[in-house]
Every structure is written in C-alpha cells, then in structure tokens.
Design a protein around this ligand. Structure first.
Ligand code: DUC
Ligand code: ZN
Ligand code: ZN
Ligand code: ZN
Length: 475
C-alpha cells in the first residue's frame, strides 16, 4: 500500500517546506518538492490532500501510566483505550513506565508490563523502567535493561512506602546508570517533608483537594531538583527531571545546564495552562474549595499563577531549559477512584488524563506566539525521539523513517470535553470546555491511516513494542 500526502507544509524541528510525502508500506520513502518531475511521476494507492495543512511527525508522549496500580486503585485507561485516545490526538508513540514495586523483582515487574501492553496497543509503545527498590538485585537487573530496549529508568524522591528512593540508593543507581549509559529520570519532590505537611494540614481540618497543592510546596520541588542535580553531577550521570512545575525548579535546571551538565527537564500541559487558583475557582467554595478540585489533583501539583510558575514553564520551553512536553497521563475517574479521597485529600489518586490533547494544547502556544511551529514539533516529537533513543525511526519526516505522520489543520477547530472529543476512559476531563484553534485531521501510524474524516480506523494490536537505543541527546 502506498500513500501520497500532497500539497502540505512539512514541518520539522529545524524548518518548514512545501513538500509531498510518499509512504510505501510502513515507511516514508520520499519527500519531494511539489511540482517537480519527481513529484509528477509519483502514483499512489491513496492520495491525501494536505493543502493548507501542516504535515508533522507523529507525536511521542514519553510519559504515560496506563493501568498503573496507584493510590488504592488503577489508572483507568488500559493500553487499548489509552493508545486509541493517543491516536485521536496525533500521538503515534508512547513510552509508558513499567513498574518494579518495592520488594518485587525488576524482571517480574517488566514482564507484567509487557503482558498488559502486548497485543493491546493501537500505536507503538516503549517502556521506561521504574526502580521501586534499589538493592543488589535491582542494580544487577539494571544491566539487562539495555538489551530489553529500555534505556531509561525512573526513581522517586517522593511517595515514602510506595516507590521512594533514599539519597544513598539514588547515588548507587546513578553510578550504575552512568556505567550502562542509562538515562536517569527523577520524580523530584521531597516526599517525607510533603507527607508531614499533608498530615499537619489534615489534622487542622484542611481536607479538601486544594490542600494537596499547598502541602506539595514548591520549595520541596526546588530542593529535590537541586539534590538530584547534585547527585547527577557527582556521578556524572545524565538526568531527566519529569513533570517540572515550579519556576524555581526550572532555575535549578538552567543553572546546571549553564555549568554544562547533561540535565534535562520535562513539563506537562497542566503546568502550562492550569493553576492552583483556577483549581480553587472551579469549586463551589472560594476559601478551601470543594471536592470538584479532585479532578486536578496530580503530582507535582498545579501551582499558583500569581507566583508565575506557568509563565516560567513557557519561558523554559523557549530557552531550552525545558526540552519536552509529555503528559504524565495518569487518568482516574471521579466515581470510585478520585472519590476515595473525599474527606482526605491524601487519599485522592494523583493524576490527570491528557494524552488525547497534548498536541492540540501545545499548538495553542504556536497560536499565541509563545513558541514557534518548529519548536512545537521539536517539543512533542523530535526531542522525545532523540532523548529516548528512537530518532531516525521516529520523530522526523524523512525517507527511511517509520510513516508516523499527522496532518494538522491550523484552520480547524477542536472542542474538548466529555461528550465532544473525548476518548479517554474517564468520566470527566481536566480540560472540559477548552476550545482549540487547530485540528488533528489525519493520523498515520507505521503506514496505516488510523484516524481520518473524524473516524478511528485503527485497531488494538497494531502498535508494536519499541526497543529503544541509548539517548542521542547528550552533549
Ligand atoms: N504523579 C501523578 O500525578 N500521577 C502518578 C504518579 C505521579 O508522580
Ligand atoms: Zn512522578
Ligand atoms: Zn508519572
Ligand atoms: Zn479537521
């Protein structure tokens, strides 16, 4: 099967050009100037008219949690529903986190994750490995990850009793990672301090979702980010800080990068657009809020707009002190899930679902002049591919690359909300009512048209496991 995408503007991280794109089977085979002899000679089984539209490499969401057991329940998107929602939104690859729980063997955690995903994904998928317990066994197991195509692993400075790693454990893991070439990913929040603050608030009767954000103070994100950076400096290990939300954490990343350290940061749509004030405002009670606020409980938390955190995230994206935008897609329904924390914000499962909207939401940054069109592609596809060892196959439109392509209509429109464009397995949307200038028109995953004409044509099982190489982003 050959597909010709004709008349569009092909956008890469470095520029844009009018070009026709020819797909043969699962790969891109030619990118040619329109009107050229070469273009005139091309015939294809299927022609997609992209006139007036952008032709971009499929999105790569490098931070998702399908079916994650967490907070006494399990993230509500399966690999099937979550990757179908991804496809709808122009994301053609995800990197999910396989979990080794404390006390479990890394190999067992990983094979359980393969079991969940295999045969169920609508788009391609890879894994990072969560190391939930650093000991001799797990350090040894890290040695096998590269062969499994897993070249990054994550630790948590938060969640004592669940995933939490102490500084001495982090040091050992980073030393091992340095030896193996693995990228260390860090959830950088000081969990033990946050848990004390949360308990104190609870004991004062401050039990609504709003206090989740108060307890998870920016000081404890800045502090943990700094500590992680120093441990990375000491061990000469590259470091990738996930879900950065505090302005002060960006400053820590910027300072480390100015020193020449291989330190990187990711933010998420929620930290660009949503704030603690709006979380409160969306509830009935202007002082402490009510349970509605649970929809926006995630960690790191939404932060104060008055303090300038959202502006700092956009600035970090422009200055390249933040390199990527992933979702941290971790969906929970209100019913039976978020509701576990009614009366005690500490028991609300943490997470927001955004996998379907990342490309659209970030495109609004282009519309409002916060980032360039090229930077949009870089943040959502090209850098994720380079950062996590997929570049060439993914993240770029060029001959030889997988035919993961999105035709994006800048003149289209997308209304976000349950009952509108919503395919995630959630009974609400953190993005309800958002109106998007722009529209994901056609999505091609490894040569198959999975979304077009407002319909899903893909299937669970089309998505293949991505064995990733080492990071290609180091200086
Ligand atoms: N943050 C979330 O919001 N959900 C899952 C885990 C995390 O760190
Ligand atoms: Zn995290
Ligand atoms: Zn996460
Ligand atoms: Zn459209």
């Amino acid at each position: 099967m050959t597909i010709l995408i004709k008349g569009g503007t092909v956008v890469s991280s470095t520029g844009r050009t009018e070009a026709d794109v020819l797909v043969d089977g699962e790969r891109i085979v030619a990118v040619v100037a329109p009107g050229s002899d070469l273009a005139a000679g091309i015939t294809a089984d299927k022609v997609i008219d992209a006139t007036g539209k952008y032709v971009i490499p499929g999105g790569i969401d490098a931070h998702t949690h399908m079916q994650l057991p967490f907070g006494g329940t399990e993230a509500s998107d399966t690999f099937e529903t979550g990757t179908i929602a991804a496809a709808w939104g122009g994301t053609t690859s995800i990197i999910d986190f396989a979990v080794q729980k404390t006390g479990e063997r890394v190999e067992d955690g990983l094979s359980a994750w393969h079991e969940k995903a295999r045969g169920n994904c609508a788009v391609d998928y890879g894994f990072h490995q969560i190391i939930g317990g650093v000991d001799e066994q797990s350090l040894k197991a890290m040695e096998t990850l590269v062969d499994e195509g897993i070249t990054s692993y994550k630790m948590f400075m938060a969640y004592p009793g669940v995933f939490y790693a102490t500084d001495d454990q982090i040091l050992r893991a980073m030393q091992k990672a340095r030896e193996l070439g693995l990228m260390t990913m860090m959830h950088a929040e000081n969990g033990p301090v946050i848990d004390v603050l949360a308990e104190q608030l609870y004991n004062q009767g401050k039990t609504t979702p709003y206090f989740h954000g108060i307890a998870r103070a920016w000081q404890m994100e800045e502090e943990a980010t700094h500590r992680a950076i120093m441990l990375a400096h000491l061990t000469d290990a590259p470091l990738y800080v996930v879900h950065v939300s505090a302005k002060q954490a960006v400053e820590q990343l910027a300072a480390a990068r100015d020193r020449g350290q291989n330190v990187f940061g990711e933010t998420c749509p929620q930290y660009l657009y949503l704030s603690l004030e709006e979380q409160l405002g969306a509830t009935g009670d202007p002082t402490w809020g009510d349970f509605e606020g649970a929809k926006w409980v995630c960690s790191t938390p939404l932060r104060s707009r008055a303090e300038g955190h959202q502006d700092a995230m956009w600035q970090g994206l422009r200055t390249n002190d933040l390199q990527m935008v992933s979702t941290d897609h971790c969906p929970f329904c209100m019913k039976d899930q978020k509701e576990l924390g009614r009366g005690d914000f500490r028991a609300i499962p943490n997470g927001i679902g955004s996998i379907e909207h990342r490309m659209d939401l970030l495109y609004q940054g282009v519309v409002t002049g916060q980032i360039s069109l090229e930077r949009w592609v870089e943040l959502t596809s090209t850098t994720p591919a380079r950062m996590f060892g997929l570049y060439g196959k993914k993240g770029v439109i060029q001959p030889g690359a997988d035919a993961d392509i999105v035709v994006y209509d800048p003149n289209g429109h997308t209304s976000i909300g349950v009952g509108k464009t919503h395919h995630m397995a959630m009974d609400h949307s953190a993005w309800e009512g958002y109106e998007i200038d722009g529209h994901v028109d056609v999505v091609i995953s490894r040569g198959s048209v999975v979304v077009s004409d407002g319909a899903f044509h893909g299937r669970a099982g089309h998505g293949q496991y991505l064995k990733r190489g080492l990071t290609q982003y180091l200086v």
